[in-house]
Design a protein around this ligand. Structure first.
Ligand code: FES
Length: 164
């Protein structure tokens, strides 16, 4: 669980909480309501931090472990927020054989976060992705919609420094 620990303080609003509680109240007695409710919660908050999972468990009258189990089992649920700049390193075969794993590790080292996490200031989040169709530029990473190719681990610091 440590690699999934959120590093960004939860900052949900009263309005978001009310919207979620309303959705839960309307749906909780329907069979199979948990997944759709969690999906809605993620739509409202952008991710599913433990605070939101606790709200869902309390309002539905089910154990938090159950909500947590679902949130970690299904990859569509994010336990951490995305950063203002979303870094996505391609670990597809072509990129991997050209060293994208080292680029990924270098980003983790520079930002002090693991894959799936976000820096405490909300600026960068890091994820791995599969082939993005730019194998000719391998190894590749994306920052939001921009592609960076033919990367070496030593390039990363200068690239990240350009984002303010
Ligand atoms: S494997 Fe990375 S872009 Fe294709």
């Amino acid at each position: 669980m440590s690699s999934k620990k959120t590093t960004v303080p939860f900052a949900g609003t009263k309005e978001q909480e009310e919207e979620l509680k309303k959705i839960i109240a309307e749906n909780k007695n329907q069979k199979g309501a948990l997944m759709p409710i969690m999906q809605k919660a993620q739509d409202i908050y952008g991710y599913l931090p433990i605070e939101v999972q606790t709200m869902i468990a309390d309002e539905m009258g089910i154990p938090l472990e159950k909500v947590y189990g679902v949130s970690t089992f299904y990859s569509q649920f994010a336990l951490n927020p995305k950063g203002k700049y979303q870094i996505s390193v391609c670990l597809g075969t072509a990129c991997y054989v050209k060293g994208s794993g080292d680029v990924y590790a270098k980003i983790e080292e520079i930002l002090g976060i693991k894959g799936g996490e976000c820096t405490p200031d909300g600026k960068f989040s890091l994820d791995a992705c599969r082939c993005v169709g730019a194998c000719g530029l391998a190894p590749v990473m994306m920052i939001n919609d921009e592609v960076y190719g033919r990367l070496k681990p030593d390039d990363v610091k200068d690239i990240l420094a350009k984002f303010n």
